[in-house]
Write a protein that binds this ligand. Structure first.
Ligand SMILES: Nc1ncnc2c1ncn2[C@@H]1O[C@H](COP(=O)(O)OP(=O)(O)O)[C@@H](O)[C@H]1O
Ligand SMILES: [Mg+2]
Length: 244
């Protein structure tokens, strides 16, 4: 099956700093791929570059067989790429509903409406007129996902859903992902929370100081290999299998 997203030899600089170094990865429709790594590893830079917010210094990004490396953000949204940014970035003074509607900018045709987001997260129904700042972190994360879905994406980029959430809130958020991918969405998520990423992803990559240190299916990777790749301790582990 051909990949929905294909990132090849991608490098991204912030000034002199090479934050992402020669990363290769693919995501197919209906699949969750995770990129794990410590704070500062380059995870957000990678996702933001795929979304069009940073310009790579080398490499290409293909989406559905088309080279989108030079496209601006709105054209990537229109093509079907949606980012849920780290820190959620709600419009605090707008209502929950208006935050969702903000995600319909540059949208593709498709099934997602405010009502359909409410089906996914039923509590939003009673709270759609509340201002977003009144929501808990977990609720804001749900609205941020709903806002991304409103663009009718084919690929969802999720940046650290776990940040600042309680285990219960996090469990509720992660619980919707299988439903979304079974409907054909591809998901690329980045996480510091390794256990959470391993529990949902079909394939995992580990990023250390911008470099991809380990790739494989969760069942093929040992905890010691993952720890070595995550913290940069021990010998650098080689890639496992053909996961990419
Ligand atoms: N806009 C920016 N300008 C300059 N440096 C940045 C910028 N964004 C990130 N960095 C740096 O790039 C590196 C990777 O950051 P980031 O992609 O945010 O990592 P992560 O999401 O894995 O924590 C870090 O050293 C960070 O300080
Ligand atoms: Mg980050």
């Amino acid at each position: 099956m051909s990949a929905l997203l294909e990132v090849s030899d991608l490098s991204v600089h912030h000034g002199q700093l090479e934050a992402v170094r020669s990363v290769d990865l693919t995501v197919t429709a209906g699949e969750i791929v995770a990129m794990i790594g410590a704070n500062g590893a380059g995870k957000s830079t990678l996702l933001r570059t795929i979304a069009g917010l940073h310009t790579p210094s080398r490499g290409t990004i293909h989406f559905d067989g088309r080279d989108v490396t030079g496209l601006p953000v709105h054209a990537r949204v229109a093509a079907g790429i949606a980012l849920v940014p780290e820190g959620r970035h709600m419009f605090g003074s707008l209502s929950v509903e208006d935050n969702l509607i903000a995600g319909a900018y540059s949208r593709r045709r498709g099934p997602w409406t405010v009502d359909k987001v409410v089906e996914l997260f039923p509590w939003i129904g009673e709270r759609r007129r509340q201002q977003a700042w009144q929501l808990s972190g977990g609720e804001q994360q749900a609205v941020a996902i709903g806002r991304a879905l409103m663009s009718n994406p084919r690929l969802l980029l999720l940046d650290e859903l776990s940040l600042g959430l309680s285990p219960i809130a996090l469990g509720r958020i992660y619980a919707v992902l299988p439903e979304l991918v079974s409907a054909g969405l591809g998901v690329l998520l980045v996480e510091q929370d390794v256990a959470q990423a391993l529990s949902v992803a079909a394939r995992v990559h580990c990023l250390l100081e911008g470099r991809q240190r380990l790739s494989g299916r969760p069942s093929e990777l040992s905890m010691s290999e993952i720890e070595a790749a995550y913290f940069g301790t021990g010998r650098a582990a080689a890639s496992v299998g053909e996961a990419q």
